[in-house]
Design a protein around this ligand. Structure first.
Ligand code: ADP
Ligand code: MG
Length: 697
């Protein structure tokens, strides 16, 4: 039996451990840093470092690392041991406050978007006391922020923390206007639902595309896909169940509230959802979760695929970012209460969010843009690239009546009659959970559903927090000067909903009608990474980030460049992998099948001219023609890769070329490759098929 409460957080230097191990004044000083952002005294840092080290050594640690989130999209770490020579040829284990607070990794190879020249390649990491340190693999992990020698931010954590500060400050201003003087901090909370695929390790090893790029670059459809919906919420297979049980235990050790797990729509696809927590911690936990998913899978000879679209033709994987705001006094600001129409405070926050999503559709889209996610957004499986807000019937009705200037006469919550006496009555959720909306109100939070499964959730939360902070600031500026607050606030709410009504959409976001309707409404439809990221440096977006002090203009330019550069690099790797697979495996395999067919036909003919060889002839002819075409597509792709070099001086044109030309070549090559696969004998085909990959576990 596992003792879950005992296991939970056992690898974390958490509040209980701190209370237990730190001298009282030190604990109090650290607590006020964590809760109120007070600056940390060096003597406090020394005491904390000492306690951390003692605790870590008991947990079997010999090393420590500053753990950070550079712009690569994954976490980074550099390990140092605790050892120090004691002068007598022996060592002692030490860890100082200085070492806890600041690290200096050589940062020359992290993406920086031209911010740093190599001669000042040093980077600094700085301890983030708001996210607990933890012990993993014999090392003490210290969550840190990462910046350049000259102070520019090079990571995802720093702007996230800045955005949290911003939204807190502006939300508090608003709440004070409502007379809530005891509120001094507003925290954004996030619960990310994570989708992933599990496939057999042995099969994975045989696919260079999966190994190099995380997705299949070739692969004909299996006879069976997800059409029967028999995997969704289906019984979990024993090997997967064992994996999930261990996964939960591992996550609990790190204080991650792993809560629900189920099979997803696609075969071999699953989902895990933790209970929500403070955004900063939720981000760190999600990074850790993705790593632990992969590691635990290996123990079961499985591979966890976090790519957004590992398989064409079946659903890809995303992440749902459940986001809300709550006060230090414990109030969830997105809880509408029994009568939302009369809940002015709630409606004001709602108006800020609706306005923010409308005005910064482009930034929200950018925050979820990745080469992998381009396969999903806009396909009929994930919310489209068009941003809109879903409010549901009830809340939508309230907003409609505000816009029309009428009294709201809604029905409120209804009980669902299931028609069976023995079943308890279930409250019908009035937010009817439109699964197609990219940004849906779900009762007491918004669910941003456009995220890709592999992405660091910091980016969308940085945008969300900053955008809503900006809107709340504008509201507070207006309302603080108002003579009659009640009147002014109601007027402001109505005016805002009227001005931004176009962003609200309760219908089917997957339909073609919506694409057309959205265009009529003037909403953006940014289909690819280069299309979206181009807006990063629009004047209004630069203003938003610089005025809210989340990014400087230079930092924003750097992110724009890094995003486009990463995109081009990724497509380049995929293209090279395809070329390699085509030349080294597919062409030789199909050629030998064709040769065997030809030899069979010739042998038959030599036996007797009467034996029919029409089948061999047909296959040989068809495959030979297709191989010629396939080879031409390889050439076209190779030529375009050379041509891409011509654009390398202009990062936007470079990324555009990869999107419009290289990626298009890849799709054409794949289409013909997949046709060839369906005609080639199974024993000749060099890779495990979709059927084997998807139904192999
Ligand atoms: P569904 O699959 O229907 O969207 P789940 O229960 O799987 O619902 O996921 C809901 C997620 O929303 C969980 O991670 C949950 O912790 C999170 N959540 C609930 N309340 C809040 C909140 N106030 N702030 C942020 N996230 C929340
Ligand atoms: Mg969800």
């Amino acid at each position: 039996m596992v003792n879950v409460p005992e296991l939970f957080g056992s690898n974390v230097f958490n509040d209980d451990v701190m209370k237990d191990r730190l001298p009282k004044p030190v604990y109090k000083a650290l607590k006020s840093t964590i809760q109120e952002g007070a600056t940390l005294d060096p003597s406090v840092a020394n005491a904390v470092a000492h306690a951390m080290k003692e605790w870590a050594i008991e947990k079997g640690c010999t090393h420590y690392t500053h753990w950070f989130q550079p712009l690569t999209g994954i976490t980074a770490e550099k390990h140092d041991s605790f050892i120090n020579p004691d002068g007598d040829g022996k060592v002692i284990m030490t860890f100082s406050g200085k070492e806890l607070i600041k690290g200096e990794p050589d940062a020359s190879s992290f993406p920086n978007g031209g911010i740093r020249a190599t001669f000042e390649a040093r980077g600094y990491t700085a301890w983030d006391p708001t996210s607990y340190a933890f012990a993993k693999d014999g090392t003490l992990y210290i969550p840190t922020a990462f910046c350049s020698y000259t102070g520019e931010v090079l990571d995802k954590k720093t702007p996230l923390l800045r955005s949290m500060e911003r939204i807190s400050k502006e939300a508090v201003r608003i709440l004070h206007l409502f007379g809530k003087d005891d509120v001094n901090r507003v925290i954004t909370t996030v619960g990310p639902e994570q989708e992933y695929f599990l496939i057999d390790k042995a099969m994975y090893d045989k696919r260079p595309d999966l190994r190099f790029t995380g997705r299949t670059l070739f692969g004909a459809k299996a006879p069976k896909g997800q059409e029967l919906d028999d995997h969704y919420f289906g019984a979990i297979k024993p090997r997967v169940a064992a994996f999930m049980a261990e996964l939960d235990r591992e996550l609990w050790k790190f204080g991650i509230y792993a809560k629900t797990e189920h099979n997803e729509v696609a075969p071999s696809q699953h989902e895990i959802a933790p209970i929500f927590t403070t955004t900063n911690v939720a981000v760190d936990h999600n990074e850790l979760l993705m790593e632990i998913l992969k590691k635990t899978a290996e123990k079961y000879d499985l591979v966890c695929l976090l790519h957004e679209k590992p398989f064409a033709g079946v659903n890809g994987s995303g992440k749902h970012n459940n986001w809300s705001l709550s006060t230090n006094t414990g109030e969830n600001l997105l809880k509408p209460g029994k009568k939302p129409a009369e809940n002015t405070q709630f409606l004001l926050f709602l108006a800020a969010i609706v306005k923010g999503v409308d005005e910064y559709q482009d930034l929200l889209r950018i925050s979820v843009a990745s080469a992998g996610n381009d396969h999903r957004l806009g396909a009929n499986e994930a919310p489209p690239a068009i941003l809109s807000v879903f409010l549901g019937d009830d809340l939508g009705g309230v907003v409609d009546s505000i816009i029309a200037g009428e009294e709201y006469e809604g029905e409120g919550k209804k009980n669902m009659d299931l028609g069976v006496e023995v079943l308890p009555t279930v409250r019908r959720d009035t937010t009817d959970r439109n699964r197609t909306s990219p940004f849906a109100f779900t009762g007491n939070r918004f669910e941003f559903r456009s995220l890709g499964s592999a992405e660091n959730i910091a980016s969308p939360n940085i945008v969300l927090n900053t955008v809503v902070a900006e809107e709340l600031k504008q509201f507070a500026d207006k309302l603080e000067g108002a003579e009659d607050f009640d009147k002014a606030v109601k007027k402001l709410i109505a005016k805002t909903f009227r001005a931004h009504h176009r962003i609200i959409f309760n219908g089917d976001n997957y339909s073609q009608e919506w694409v057309e309707e959205a265009e009529r409404r003037g909403l953006l439809n940014l289909k690819s990474v280069p299309d979206a990221v181009a807006h990063y440096i629009d004047e209004k977006n630069i203003r938003l980030f610089t005025e809210n002090e989340v990014f400087t203009k230079e930092e924003l330019m750097a992110r724009y460049e890094v995003d486009l550069e990463n995109y081009a690099k990724l497509i380049n790797i995929e293209a090279l992998t395809m070329i390699d697979m085509a030349k080294k495996d597919i062409i030789p395999a199909v050629t030998s099948y064709v040769r065997d067919l030809t030899e069979t036909a010739l042998a038959k003919k030599s036996l007797s001219a009467d034996i029919p060889v029409s089948l061999e002839a047909k296959l040989v002819s068809s495959l030979s023609q297709k191989l010629v075409c396939f080879d031409e597509k390889v050439d076209e792709l190779e030529n375009d890769l050379i041509k891409a070099g011509e654009y390398s001086d202009d990062i936007q044109a470079y990324a555009d070329f990869y999107c419009d030309s290289v990626f298009a070549d890849m799709q054409a090559l794949r289409a013909i490759g997949d046709e060839i696969e369906t005609e080639t004998g199974a024993s000749y085909w060099p890779y495990p098929t979709y059927g084997e990959l998807l139904f192999g576990v």
